[in-house]
Design a protein around this ligand. Sequence first.
Ligand SMILES: CC(C)(COP(=O)(O)OP(=O)(O)OC[C@H]1O[C@@H](n2cnc3c(N)ncnc32)[C@H](O)[C@@H]1OP(=O)(O)O)[C@@H](O)C(=O)NCCC(=O)NCCS
Length: 170
Amino acid sequence: MSGHSWQMRRATEADLEAIMLLESSIFASDAWSSETMRGELGNPHAYYLVAFEPENPDAIAGYAGLLAPRGAPESDIQTIAVDENARRHGLGRALIGSLVGEARRRGAKEIFLEVRADNPGAQRLYAEFGFEELGVRRGYYQPDNVDAIVMRLLVTDPATALAVGSEVSP
Ligand SMILES: CC(C)(COP(=O)(O)OP(=O)(O)OC[C@H]1O[C@@H](n2cnc3c(N)ncnc32)[C@H](O)[C@@H]1OP(=O)(O)O)[C@@H](O)C(=O)NCCC(=O)NCCS
């Protein structure tokens, strides 16, 4: 992980093994099973991305997934993980940005996610995109007995988002 430049592509079931290597080392007691992950990758309502360095396309540096049935108002960010050696170079931000864009393209009006209460780094990343805390699910993460913070992003209409960012004189 030297150059810190990555590309992203849609994940397929062929990425299952590489994703599970990261999943089991990063999430430890919260890790999904291989079967759960396979189901996610094959779910037509889901959208999973993997990130890789262009010179090493078989090594997965991170992945993230969205569940967003087309036309449904609600969607969920299911997971995100970045290899420890690749962190703090903007890859997590790029992955979340791509999922938010896809949720918008699919017509979602809201994106929900859960994040561990003891994970302030991820909370900060989500807050950067405008995710706001909705509530707490006590003891959601077992066996660690850690609370989940539920966050929600109201998906803006692209035209509105543009208008807010532009500088139009009266
Ligand atoms: C959370 C995670 C995906 C972030 O990936 P990343 O590629 O390091 O994130 P980025 O470099 O894009 O960070 C973007 C911003 O998020 C915030 N952030 C990310 N990690 C942070 C940390 N450890 N501490 C504080 N802020 C953090 C910062 O605001 C950061 O901007 P900055 O680096 O300019 O300060 C990564 O740390 C990870 O895989 N963690 C383990 C798995 C996990 O917790 N997943 C989330 C489950 S809900």
